[in-house]
Design a protein around this ligand. Structure first.
Ligand SMILES: Nc1nc2c(ncn2[C@@H]2O[C@H](COP(=O)(O)OP(=O)(O)OP(=O)(O)O)[C@@H](O)[C@H]2O)c(=O)[nH]1
Ligand SMILES: [Mg+2]
Length: 241
């Protein structure tokens, strides 16, 4: 427990607490860069209280050891990315939750924009690679086309104005998490969250985001298999009361 020694300490206590959730599966080579960037940004920020939660789906490399070395709290949780994010949100203690990937594709400086989106009064702030100012160096043409198709389906059925969907760099007001009761275990999670946010009339904003190329290793998402899961997620939500 930290002692309160000065007026500055009192001021710090009023600041929002930040939880950064990172799902991992064999990302040991990427993590030193990811943690290095996060720590640099957060230590120079106005948010003295922050935690990094790594939710590991059973890595066989040194993901867990590396995460601990950098001070992250590690939760071992067998299951896909969706299941990991759900667990992370249960474990998080911050007022604002950030979700990001472990493959160096997210720009750590954008954490501050995601925090601002929530501090400005939104419940959910979603990074978008396809709104003006956003960009991806990591997405293939087929995935871009699939994402665009899914975005238009969701916008049509839930009367939203999303410009991106299958992208996990986002922030949440923790007090709103109870309205996002997800059930998807895998890569359909971002889509399900976007739909639940619309259905529950949460106050959502998008901010432009730049997605860099994965630095080491290969992605776990399989375009056809996971595209099908995302489509099924949309159809299932359509028929849910
Ligand atoms: N806990 C957990 N994390 C996972 C699992 N699969 C992927 N992840 C993590 O989820 C994040 C996104 O996964 P990626 O494989 O990069 O998926 P993607 O970014 O959609 O695909 P690429 O563009 O190919 O990198 C990364 O941090 C992964 O390590 C899983 O089964 N369990
Ligand atoms: Mg990736």
């Amino acid at each position: 427990m930290r002692s309160i020694d000065s007026a500055a300490d009192m001021e710090d206590l009023k600041k929002e607490k930040i939880s950064i959730i990172i799902p991992t599966l064999n990302e040991a080579e990427n993590l030193p860069f990811v943690f290095g960037d996060i720590l640099r940004v957060m230590k120079n920020s106005d948010y003295p209280w922050f935690e990094i939660l790594v939710i590991d789906g059973g890595s066989k490399d040194r993901t867990v050891e590396t995460s601990k070395k950098f001070g992250a709290k590690v939760v071992r949780h067998e299951g896909g990315k969706g299941s990991a994010l759900r667990r992370g949100m249960e474990e998080a203690e911050g007022d604002i939750i950030i979700t990001m990937d472990a493959d160096c594709s997210n720009v750590a400086e954008e954490i501050l924009l995601l925090i601002k989106g929530i501090e400005d009064g939104h419940d959910v702030c979603m990074g978008s690679r396809f709104m003006p100012g956003g960009k991806s160096d990591d997405i293939s043409l087929i995935r871009k086309t699939g994402n665009k198709f899914f975005v238009s389906l969701v916008n049509f059925f839930w009367k939203t104005n999303y410009t991106d969907l299958c992208y996990g760099y986002r922030s949440f007001r923790r007090s709103c998490i109870s309205k996002l009761k997800t059930s998807t275990d895998g890569f359909g999670i971002e889509t399900e969250i976007a739909i639940l946010a619309a259905r529950n009339k949460l106050n959502v904003i998008e901010i432009p985001s730049f997605e860099k190329k994965r630095r080491h290793g290969s992605g776990k998402l399989r375009t056809l298999r996971d595209g099908h899961i995302i489509l099924m997620t949309i159809i299932r939500e359509l028929f849910r009361k």
